[in-house]
Each structure stands twice: as structure tokens, then as C-alpha cells.
Design a protein around this ligand. Sequence first.
Ligand SMILES: C[S@@+](CC[C@H](N)C(=O)[O-])C[C@H]1O[C@@H](n2cnc3c(N)ncnc32)[C@H](O)[C@@H]1O
Length: 502
Amino acid sequence: MIGEERKYQAFYTKSTPIVDYMVSKLSMEASDKIFEPCGGDGVFVEAILCENQFAYIDICELNTKSVEVLREKFSTLPNVNIRECDTLLDNELSFNSCFGGIYDKIIANPPYGAWQDYEKRSVLKKMYPELYSKESYGLFLFRCIELLKEDGILSFIIPDTFLNLHMHKALRNHILTKTQIVELVLFPSSFFPGVNFGYANLSIITLKKKNDYKKCIENSFPIINGFTNVEQLNDINQNTLKIYQFTQEIIFKNPDHAFLIAENSNVLKLITQSKFRIGDIADCVTGFYSGNDKRFLQVIRGDLKNGKNYCLVQTETISKDYNNNADILNGIESEQHFIPIVKGGNFKYLKPENWFMNWSKEAVQHYKTDKKGRFQNPKYYFRSGIGVPMISSSSITASLIENKLFDQSIVGIFPKDESLTYYLLAFFNSPTCNKLIRTINPSANNPANYIKKIPVIIPEKPILELINVKIKRIVDALRMTGSYDENEERQVWEVFEGIYKI
Ligand SMILES: C[S@@+](CC[C@H](N)C(=O)[O-])C[C@H]1O[C@@H](n2cnc3c(N)ncnc32)[C@H](O)[C@@H]1O
């Protein structure tokens, strides 16, 4: 059984400024037919009725208890119609969207990442084949766009991940070509009482349905961020806010139709027009997973961060010459069959050898056949490259993978021309690279697909050599002493600023 909480994801919109802003964006008229697709306890309905007590409102809600609350509040009103149903699957709604939609206005705070059981997930996949069916809010948004009449307006509060993530590409395509965006505001999830989505910020998107591709693509709209408090939502003209104006065509032409937002126009230019990207000059791949790290992974010291649940590795079981073993991908025959593995964790340039994987023949055979194991991209194991942790704390970091195994929390970057290894190591640890990747994907995640898109400029030989010398010095110092000269690092960063001009 799953908890009620995960099924319904019922975080109610208990913020007057957010509700007021969203209701105001609907530009309501007396004759409007309005839809609230996930009613909850009816905050939006109450706000709408405050403005127009005769507004005709349809509410859908899946949770019986919430439906009871809604009935208690609104069942005496003939203009409010409450139905207990699943907005995503309901036949009546499907029928209405087939015929071009019936609502003038829709307002919602849909569930984010609501857990769908497997049966429902497969139905949803059939109904919305192009969409990312695991993330409920995207399905609600798509469904509601279909339910709007021509020129109908919708206002949704949702995480901002649909703006950049690969899996929401089809949703972006739909928004950009079937609607005119009226306004998009972005703000921290902490503005939303009781909720803090560590992984993303929140957005409110207001859009108008338009069945005219040309009018959609030509539409110009503002993206607004820089909010320091939630009240500013109702005072958008403040000069402390950042307002970026885009046409939908510009966004549509971006790689994967991503909403790229940066103050510095050179950043956008580089991302959209660069001749080369990391994916052109290096292979970017995810690493290995044993399927059961508690059993196969060992740690050098018990007091290591996250290390306390693992066995201590015995030095006499660590292999010294695994790199000379031509058959290493089939495991090691001897007692010394533990090998170092590069794991996540933010270290720059060089990672200490803290983790060791059982690489005996039997263990490797297990990894290759176990359902949970991921013996993926093995041709990159034990090669020289660069590892970037999939999740970065603040800035992206990178360290050398010195002919070691690397695990699935790392993206291994293997330059096609190995002489570029130190240059790329320097680049991935620079604020310049951070600016680029955070524009491509503002969340703290760096999966391989985003890393591949980072624009790359290879400078003239003397500059390349200068960077190589400095980074080798940093790596050597780290190897010898555990620290390095930060002035030297800053100089490298300045060189990158000069190369990229951002
Ligand atoms: C995030 S809450 C928002 C409630 C309310 N609109 C608000 O802003 O306070 C989402 C609501 O959607 C309901 N819900 C979840 N999945 C649903 C579905 N498939 N169809 C209809 N309602 C759903 C939940 O029970 C919950 O009340």
C-alpha cells in the first residue's frame, strides 16, 4: 500500500499572494465557464467566487475526503459543480477535449510527482504517449490545455523542471505551438507554505489556447524572476525584478526547445550557436553499479562520510596491478581482488582513494547477470578520463578518473583526444562551465545528456599549454599535500573568462 500522501500529493495553496496573482492572471469575465481540475479544499474556488459569486465552476477531485470538504463548502451553490473523479482519465473530460475544449478559464495547483500505480501508469502512457507519464503535473497541464476553448486562459503553479528537462520536451513543444504564453514567473519553492522542493523552483505559467501555429510562435512573453518575497508577485513592475522578454520562436529553436534564461546574452549565444559541444569531443557515459553495494563495496575508513554501513577494506585484498590485467573486465582470480572505484562527492581535480569494489571473478559474473546490477559502458572502465558527479552541491566539480572504475553517480567524460584531458578538467571546475551548465539545466543535476550540450572552445596551443601546466601543478600538489594554490586556480578561471567571454 502506498501512503495517501504520495498518491494525492495534496499540498494546498495556502498563500494569499499566490492565489491572488493566479486569479488575477485569468482576467475573469462574468460569463466564464471555469475549471478547477484538482480541487483540494477549494482555495482557488473561494477566491474566484469572491470576485464573481455567480461564476460557473466545475471542480474535479480524486480524494473522497477532499470531495466531502468541497461539498460542505459549495454544494448549496447551483453554479458550482463538484465531481469525484480522476482528471487525467475521466471519460467526460476526454470527450470534451476531443471537441476543442469547453472552458474559458482553468486554474490549478496540480499534484507534483504523484505516485501512480503501474496499471494507471500504463493507461496514462497510452493516453499521453509523448509525455513523461511519471511526472503528474505535466499530464495535468497537457490535459487542461486540451480542455481550454480557443482563447481560453489557464494559470498553473508547477515546478520549473518542465522548462529544461529532456523528458518534458514534448510538453514544451505543445505549449510553444498550441498556446500563447501570457506570463511565466519563477520563484523559490520556499514561497509556498509548508513545501520545499529541494530539487526545483516553482513557476506559475499563464497561457492562452491558440489553434494558430504562426500566432503561437510569433507571440512574445515575459519571464520574470528575481523575487525576494512572495508579495512581489502582485507588484510585478518593481525594478528589483528581472524581466526577460522572449518570442516563442526563439525558445522553440533552442536545443530541445529548452527555456534558456540568462542575464548575459553571450551565454545564450554560446549555448545555441556554438560550433562544438562536449558531446562532439568526448564520450560522456554513466558508470557501474554492483546491484548491492552493502555486499560488494568496502571503505578505507569507518569515519568516512556515508561510510559507516560498509565493511573496512583489508589492505592485503587490494589489487596493485589490476591495470596490467588484460582480462580485467572478467574479474580477478587472486586474493587481491578489491579495486578502487570513483564515486560521487564533490572533489575538485583529484579524488582520494576511499572506496573499493570487490572485483573477484564471481563478483563480476554476478554484476553482469544480476537484475539490479549495472555493468554498463564497460569499455570505459579502467580508462583515463574525467568524472563529474551527477549531483553537485553548489558548483559543478570534476576530478580525474585515473584508469579506475567509476560508479553510476558519476558521469565519465572521455575526451576523444586524450591530450585534452587536463584542459577539460580545468574547464569543468571553472565558474565559466558552471554558468553554462546551470543555464542549460538550472537544477543541481548534471546527467550525461546535459553535459554533452555544454559548448566548448579549444583555444590556441600556447593557451592550452598554459592551462595544462597550471592544472598539472594543482593535481601534483593535491597528490603530494592534499591542497593547492588557489591563486593558480583563479588565474586559470580568468583564462576561461577570456576564452568564453562570459
Ligand atoms: C496540490 S493539491 C492542490 C489542491 C488545491 N487546488 C490547492 O491549490 O490548494 C492537489 C489536489 O489534487 C488532488 N488530485 C491528485 N490526483 C488527482 C487526479 N488524478 N484527479 C483529480 N484530483 C487529483 C489531490 O487529492 C489534491 O487535493
